[in-house]
Design a binder for this molecule. Structure first.
Ligand code: ZN
Length: 134
């Protein structure tokens, strides 16, 4: 079962500039910054109430974020849904015909196991499923 929107991911060219901008916009500083080596991204997270925003910047030109920025420019990159049991959701969504980008969930930013659904199968929206690592 999908619980709620966990966060919205936004691709940015310069995360230091974007941190300043989002701090002005939201009135709070990022609560963490984290590099995910396997995805070649630097992330920062903001929380307002129960809502989270994740900023993503590429660390090299081969990063999926670098390719996204080249194609579409800065903006909303993905919507992440919090799930109770990511393995069960993956099995359920596969059966429903969704295309998964990765074979299996893997460690992502912010202490989560994550997996992405291909936008081809979700009306053009890159969807991330995430489950808190306990
Ligand atoms: Zn995310």
């Amino acid at each position: 079962m999908v619980n709620k929107i966990e966060h919205i991911g936004i691709a940015v060219k310069n995360i230091d500039d974007a941190n300043i901008l989002f701090q002005k916009l939201l009135g709070v500083p990022p609560y963490k910054m984290e590099t995910v080596e396997t995805e070649s991204v630097v992330t920062s997270f903001f929380q307002t109430g129960t809502n989270k925003i994740e900023l993503l910047m590429a660390t090299n030109p081969e990063s999926p974020i670098a390719k996204f920025l080249k194609k579409k420019g800065e903006g909303i990159h993905h919507i992440a849904f919090d799930v109770e049991d990511i393995e069960a959701e993956v099995a359920r969504l596969r059966k429903e015909g969704f295309i998964l980008i990765n074979e299996k969930p893997k460690p992502g930013a912010d202490n989560k196991m994550v997996i992405f659904l291909h936008p081809k199968s979700t009306n053009g929206v890159l969807v991330e499923l995430c489950q808190e690592i306990k």
